[in-house]
Design a protein around this ligand. Structure first.
Ligand SMILES: Nc1nc2c(ncn2[C@@H]2O[C@H](COP(=O)(O)O)[C@@H](O)[C@H]2O)c(=O)[nH]1
Ligand SMILES: [Mn+2]
Length: 949
């Protein structure tokens, strides 16, 4: 006998060997699980097809696994539903601990019976070192579904037939065979009620059942791995305590501490909270669905909270549109693939169908170096498809060294840096396909390119010592090799008339500003200003009686201005009392910013030169006749006039020649300029008739912009600016991109803006003159007395020659602000300006001058306090009809809607309190009111169809 056989332990074990324990039956295994604290359990063998994709991983960590015991523990519902997310997270954590305890007890019991068993964690800890790869080995959901514990609902969570989705899942790996397998339940407890769709703050769940992983992960998991990593990077990148505080609020720091100390907290998980499915859960919903909506869903929807989004993502758009009272917090994408394999594998999880709208492209990738792979990415119909090898004809071919590509995705290398340091030759507009891909898969933050044009390019781009090469194949053109350009960027951006959309010929050179100390190597060419350089004048305050909404409106305006002022071209700024936010980094309506040698198309946006004009038609005329005459002349709604209306003849030869001569306009634009004459569009454009309080004259006031003609120029300018800035300053959000004013393109754009201005002024005066003619006041519509008319733009760019540093021109961008100073208005009449407030209030006639804080501007109206939809929803909620609401808000006034249907979103209650705006005009010295035009009535576009209410 060997020595070991004499050891007391071995003797004891040998003597017990005869008493072999019988394997547990399925029922006994499940019963054991229930006794240990689970609420339901099921069993599947390791060879079940439902777990095909995880079998290898399971067998790698536990090669002896023969079957899996799946179980659920129920959660208490009310805490999960509470807006108090600490209560919800405590419930998640407690139930999670319970699942782990149950699994551990089961393993302990089975071990005692000689059955090998192992309990992977319910959630965390996981194999986090593998992040951002797959950090788990057992996926509980497919196991639970295979074991008959429920089905996956539209919100991607398992819904148990009895307990609904108020369960957490556990799995125990068993070393024993089972007699029979449990089978999935035959129906899906998900009711398809879509309440989860409605409750999700980031729109991660589509009604069709598609899931935007990136949206959910970015917000709900902000304090988990990726969000934490981003927070740590923010900390590392902050150059001072002040900068850190600008980037991360005190509340966010505290929340991160809380998550680290007490377990990571979900930001929302509202999809689970609102789900009425499951036998134990459904009754209250069945009894009173509206009550469920009011007490469970609405409080979560209405909760004012920060929502984490990647700028330019579908989620960012969703928050702005659906939950304007929630505060979008822009964060960076934080899932940086660690390998080409995971880049390709997880690309579908990053996919942003909204951003891929209109994109129909095939991308061929060839990765070289550490990983050799060929792959095809196809994006069409807002779907993404990945296949290995090269399939089909590519629109863009990317050849990249694997590690250089991964560094690019991780933002360790920027395209701008690569462009600067290596040879570049571009012909045409080369990057849009690349950027649309990046936007569509949200790997790199703010990527913001849309190009309708047929760009022609060769774009070899490399990052030394590795190499990234991007070739975009032109439709019918041969590509020639690139030439050397270092320290400047030459873009083939000249154009000949009518060909601006394909950008060809000519060159443009932009010299980077020399690096400042503190600039990071490998950063972008033109860095954002530091948060400390910000400077702008706040001519806006919350009124003492302001409600929460108004206060948060003001806060959002300041927050956006803080971000906006980091734009490298900006040297000054101001906000007006009518300001309202348009996005977290974009210029608010009511914002004025001053740029040196730069024109920012995004700062005037598509309604270029939106403006107001007033004409005194005399005191003897009946205002009703004026409104009737104007109604017979003007036109509201989308689109232009028919050629047969003969109005195009009013476009004078001088304007036609200037349009033809400007390379930014095409023949199509000229047509728009002709056919949109004597139209006013929709939204809040109006034709107002009232009486001057000072001289008693009946005044006609029109409000509109440059219609489709201006919108087309904006599109062209925006594309030029975005294309340029993606190279010059990739950190600058797309909406803040600029065209260097002294460049060829900048000069052409400035010239085009003046054409737009002259066209818009012509359009106003045509409506005025044709109305006067219809009234019999004039015979010939060319001869309305000039002194009886005055006008001003309130959405435009104004130049101040030579007043910037080094004698550069300064460009004042007013997005919804009235220029007071005559230096901005070469055609001012006695310094008079118009500020409309709403259809039931007088239009103010003001005069004013530049002060240190107003930069020469005043507000352009009362401004909106909430979005159109929000206002309309709120106003109609009382059950009153649009007719009743109109009557209540505009008593005694003659209000007409061109379409014949009332637009509730344009009624006076949609705008800020007129009195308060006037108080602030005076308080902040934004001009003096010299007259008021008391309302008689007005015409607006109105809703398109009654059904649209
Ligand atoms: N007199 C009227 N004023 C109105 C009406 N609808 C809106 N407004 C005011 O105009 C400004 C300017 O609007 P924007 O489109 O240029 O931003 C706005 O802030 C309102 O105060 C109206 O029907 N009549
Ligand atoms: Mn306007």
């Amino acid at each position: 006998m060997s020595k070991i056989e004499e050891h007391p332990t071995v003797i004891k074990v040998r003597s017990a060997e005869g008493r072999a324990t019988r394997p547990l039956t399925n029922e006994e295994l499940k019963q054991l699980c229930i006794e240990c604290g689970a609420d339901d359990a099921g069993l599947v063998s390791i060879d079940r097809p439902e777990i095909d994709d995880q079998r290898d991983d399971i067998l790698r960590v536990a090669p002896w696994t023969r079957s899996l015991l799946s179980f659920v523990c129920t959660m208490n519902r009310e805490p999960i539903r509470s807006t108090m997310r600490s209560a919800a997270n405590l419930e998640f954590h407690n139930t999670g601990d319970q699942v782990n305890d149950v699994a551990r007890s089961v393993v302990r019991q089975l071990q005692g019976r000689g059955v090998q068993a192992m309990n992977p964690a319910m959630g965390f800890p996981m194999e986090a070192h593998r992040f951002p790869g797959k950090i788990w080995d057992v996926s509980h959901k497919p196991v639970a579904v295979a074991a008959g514990l429920g089905q996956i609902g539209i919100h991607r969570n398992v819904i148990h037939p009895k307990f609904g989705n108020f369960v957490l899942l556990g799995t125990v790996l068993l070393g024993q065979e089972i007699q029979t397998d449990d089978q999935p339940i035959e129906y899906n407890p998900c009711l398809g009620c879509k309440l989860c769709v409605a409750a999700c703050p980031v729109g991660a769940i589509s009604p069709e059942g598609d899931f935007n992983f990136n949206a959910c992960y970015t917000h709900n998991y902000r304090e988990f791995m990726g969000g934490f990593t981003d927070w740590a990077e923010q900390l590392a990148e902050s150059r001072s305590r002040g900068e850190y505080r600008k980037r991360v609020s005190d509340g966010e720091s505290a929340s991160m501490w809380q998550s680290l100390s007490f377990g990571a907290n979900y930001k929302a998980a509202y999809c689970l909270a609102v789900c009425p499915a499951g036998e134990d859960v459904i009754s209250p919903w069945l009894a009173d669905r509206k009550g469920h909506l009011t007490t469970v869903v609405r409080p979560l929807q209405e909760k004012e909270e920060d929502v984490y989004v990647i700028p330019g993502s579908d989620a960012a758009e969703h928050v702005a549109k659906r939950f304007p009272h929630k505060k979008p917090r822009s964060v960076r994408g934080n899932l940086h693939p660690g390998s080409i394999d995971s880049f390709l594998k997880y690309m579908p999880l990053q996919f942003q169908p909204g951003q891929a709208k209109g994109l129909d492209a095939t991308y061929h990738f060839r990765f070289t170096g550490t990983e050799n792979r060929d792959a095809t990415v196809r994006i069409a119909g807002q779907k993404l498809e990945i296949s290995s090898g090269w399939v089909g004809k590519a629109n863009l071919r990317v050849t990249a060294d694997s590690s250089a590509w991964l560094a690019f995705l991780k933002r360790e290398k920027s395209l701008a840096w690569a462009l600067l340091t290596l040879r570049i030759r571009l012909r045409g507009s080369p990057l849009w396909l690349m950027r649309r891909l990046a936007a569509a898969v949200a790997y790199r933050e703010p990527v913001r390119f849309i190009d309708r044009g047929q760009a022609i390019c060769e774009f070899p781009l490399a990052i030394a010592p590795h190499r990234i090469e991007i070739l975009w194949y032109p439709v019918n053109r041969k590509i020639s090799p690139g030439s050397n350009q270092i320290a400047s960027i030459r873009l083939g951006m000249g154009f000949s008339r009518g060909e601006h959309k394909s950008w060809r010929g000519g060159t443009f050179t932009h010299h980077a500003r020399p690096p400042r100390s503190g600039d990071s190597v490998g950063g972008s060419l033109v860095r954002l200003n530091s948060a400390h350089d910000m400077r702008y004048h706040r001519n806006l305050e919350s009124s003492p009686e302001a409600c929460e909404r108004e206060r948060s409106n003001v806060d959002a305006v300041f927050a956006a201005m803080d971000e906006l002022m980091r734009t490298p071209t900006l040297v000054d700024g101001a906000v007006m009392p009518d300001a309202c936010p348009t996005g977290p980094t974009s210029i608010p309506v009511g914002g004025v910013v001053v740029a040196e040698d730069a024109i920012h198309p995004g700062f005037h946006s598509s309604d270029i030169c939106c403006s107001v004009m007033a004409t005194n038609l005399g005191s003897d005329i009946d205002p009703k006749t004026v409104l009737d005459a104007a109604r017979s002349v003007t036109h509201f709604g989308t689109g232009g006039r028919k050629r047969s209306a003969g109005l195009f003849k009013h476009l004078n030869e001088d304007l036609i020649q200037r349009i033809r001569a400007n390379p930014l306009f095409s023949d199509g634009d000229l047509k728009k300029a002709q056919l949109h004459l004597v139209t006013q569009g929709d939204g809040n454009h109006f034709l107002f008739v009232g009486r001057s309080e000072s001289h008693g004259g009946v005044m006609l006031v029109t409000h509109h912009g440059s219609r489709a003609f201006g919108a087309s120029l904006y599109e062209t300018g925006r594309r030029i600016a975005e294309e340029l800035c993606s190279v010059l300053s990739p950190e600058t959000p797309a909406e803040n991109a600029w065209i260097p004013a002294s460049s060829k393109q900048g000069r052409a754009y400035w010239d085009a803006l003046q054409i737009i201005r002259d066209w818009t002024k012509l359009n106003h005066s045509l409506i005025h003159r044709l109305t006067a003619k219809a009234l019999g006041l004039i015979q010939n519509c060319d001869n309305l007395a000039a002194e009886s008319t005055f006008w001003n733009e309130h959405n435009f760019v104004f130049r101040e020659p030579g007043s910037g540093s080094g004698g550069k021109d300064r460009y004042f961008h007013a997005k919804g602000a009235t220029p007071l100073d005559d230096k901005f208005l070469p055609d001012s009449t006695n310094g008079l300006r118009l500020i409309p407030l709403n259809m039931a209030e007088p239009v103010l006639v003001v005069r004013g001058k530049t002060t240190e804080t107003n930069l020469g501007f005043a507000p352009h109206g009362a401004g909106r306090n909430m979005s159109r939809t929000e206002h309309k929803r709120g106003r109609l909620a009382s059950g009153a009809s649009p007719e009743e609401i109109l009557a209540e808000e505009t008593q005694g006034l003659d209000i007409r809607f061109f379409s014949g249907t009332i637009d509730v979103s344009e009624l006076p209650s949609a705008y800020k309190n007129a009195e308060e705006v006037q108080r602030q005009i005076s308080h902040f010295e934004l001009g003096t009111v010299v007259d008021q035009i008391a309302p008689y009535g007005c015409i607006m576009a109105g809703r398109k169809s009654p059904a649209a209410h």
